[in-house]
Design a binder for this molecule. Sequence first.
Ligand SMILES: [Zn+2]
Ligand SMILES: [Zn+2]
Length: 135
Amino acid sequence: MDSFRGSCLCQSVTYEATGEVQGFYLCHCSHCRKISGSAHGANIFIKVQSFNWLTGEDKISHYNLQNTRFEKAFCPNCSSTLPVLRGNGHAVIPAGSLDSDFSIKPNAHIHYASRMGWDHDLEKIKTFQELPDND
Ligand SMILES: [Zn+2]
Ligand SMILES: [Zn+2]
């Protein structure tokens, strides 16, 4: 049994999930890149019954991309990406919104053919534990 909590940046919206994680995928498709502003989406899938909003559910805004199943839920105050409850019974939880420790490894990269040109071998670049000094 997995159990974790998450929230948006301004803390208006909070949630918890308790149940088996069904999957965890890093999606490099152009929709996920645009909406995240980053290299890929990182989404955890769990059954809707395992998911509960704690605060702020009534505040959440949604964006649906026309003629696709692509949907983003977000906080209208801080614009953080939030979980989407899909009609197929899955809650799709953006991994970056978690507050709890979560050590389950992603199952796979998906839409990897759509990744950006620089998006490979990233573990080989220089790493700073915090913001590097500017001298
Ligand atoms: Zn917020
Ligand atoms: Zn995607």
